[in-house]
Design a protein around this ligand. Sequence first.
Ligand SMILES: [Zn+2]
Length: 154
Amino acid sequence: MADTHDFSERLRNAAPSCDTFAPQPKPRPRIFDAREDQREADRQKRAVYAEVDARDQKRCQCCGRRGNPEALTTLGKIHRAHIRDASRGGALTAGNLVSLCAWCHSLVHAKQLWIVGTDANAGVTFEIHEAAVVEIFGVKQLPAHVHIVLPGAS
Ligand SMILES: [Zn+2]
């Protein structure tokens, strides 16, 4: 029977193992998770943009102007415009994005040009305010997918 008064024996049994004091690996900083989430979001965005560019052939779907979606200047830039705004719950999907030149896109936000339809993959048409027609199309004939809206008609 063990002598319970043998303190050296009791101390040895109670002593923590060396492992307790071994340096533990630090937990991975959470900032890396945020960066990885951002990278994944960027990957998805690039994939959707590539889908839109392939479908629309980097042409404005309203006026037909050709452009470069990656252009750093306004001139010649093709935007992938949301049909339903992201702020209103519009998804980042090819169906919700349509290629528009900077001019047509600015008219959409100025409420002089409207995208008719909800799915760009199925095709959309446009309604343009009478006053904005010359600005975009000059004296050229309107394409069949663009219709004039008369002021005060609605
Ligand atoms: Zn355009």
